[in-house]
Design a protein around this ligand. Structure first.
Ligand SMILES: [Zn+2]
Length: 68
């Protein structure tokens, strides 16, 4: 079905939620970008002081500023 490809609208840029890794459309309606939701956004800040994040952070490299 080659015709399907041409009928697709322009895709928004997709980013991954830094908190849970969910795909987030980088659009005006994604109010919490780059997070997928308010929950992830608030959890990310709060988690720095939590034991849970401290364990996870030991195995994760800090986010690098990768330019395209
Ligand atoms: Zn998320």
């Amino acid at each position: 079905m080659a015709s399907v490809r041409s009928s697709l609208p322009k895709l928004p840029r997709i980013v991954l939620c830094p908190r849970c890794g969910a795909s987030v459309e980088w659009v005006e309606t994604s109010r919490f970008r780059p997070f997928c939701s308010m929950r992830c956004k608030t959890d990310d800040f709060g988690a720095w002081e939590s034991e849970t994040y401290r364990v996870a952070a030991s195995e994760e490299a800090p986010l690098s500023d990768e330019s395209e």
